[in-house]
Design a binder for this molecule. Sequence first.
Ligand code: SF4
Length: 364
Amino acid sequence: MSEGWGIYLQVPFCPTLCPYCDFPVVLRTPGMVEAYLKRLAEEARALYAAFPIHPQSLYLGGGTPSFLKERELEALFSALPWPLAGAEVSLEANPGTLNRARLALLRDLGVNRISLGIQSFQEAVLRRLGRAHRRRGAFRAVELVQDSGLRWSLDLILGLPEQDPWADLREALAVGAPHLSVYSLQIEPGTPFALEEYQPDEIPFEAVEKLLAEGGLERYEVSNFARPGEACRHNLLYWRGGFWLGLGPKAVAQLPGHPRRRETRPPLPRWLQGKPPEVEELDEEEFLKERIMLGLRLKEGLELGALVELPELLKAIEELQEDGLLFLRGTRLQPTSRGLNFLHPVILKLWQALERAGQGPSGG
Ligand code: SF4
């Protein structure tokens, strides 16, 4: 079941705070980045002593990691003791924070994949999303990343009433994105969008999948589409039940053991003081439920192993199969395209079957 190890590193700084975002991010304030880098180096040293792994991936997310200055990026990478040879090293970037020198430095530091937060190519949409870049900046960033020779991905947010979603998808195909993450705008409680009761449009993902497939991007996860060989290895590790370390404020780690251990680091102020992470232990049933929830996000599905012998689960699978939502191939359970679009009720039904069965044999 394990896919090996990854490392997630949270960089909590952003140039602007977007009105739809509920991530734990902050603007830069004097001395804050220095304090963050100092604490990060301490945390990395302690974690390395406990986990001297050779990671298959490192993902720098945020926040906006590309918003760090050159010397700060150098300090960040020199604080990481793990060997990165052969690893996929992804970094989230906003268009306005990239230039040729910054990309060359990132490549020298070991970054080999850029996840570009374009969100839209449409002026009205970018303005509504409160993004710092405009249409021209989006194309410029794509051009820079293409010229850098690094692997890359685009993020799009669809579902704003001001938006033509098909125009955005076609532009992403036209610029040759090898990987695309497509999200429906979600209104998160407490965000400015929630306060103004902003109502997003529904996005028909069957049509999105069809359009992108015609452009050579295969849907491999609910929201992710890629050309062959371009899927994000780090995110695959989450969905396939791998393990990862978490560094930085609010970073989550998934560690092995019985029971499996999930750690969530504290928010920035307490993290800077060196407070310990919150620990959650997943019992076997919770773990299996999570495996089903995450594994079915992938088109490849998940391996059920001995779990297929549970009559309650098998019955639920057969019913979902009759509804055209998933299919069982040997012991591998896979969602259909329709299933990917109606995943919530599918998962609930399987969870209820597991609860009825009192869980039983360990599988996967
Ligand atoms: S740039 Fe990204 S992480 Fe930062 S506030 Fe906007 S959506 Fe949130």
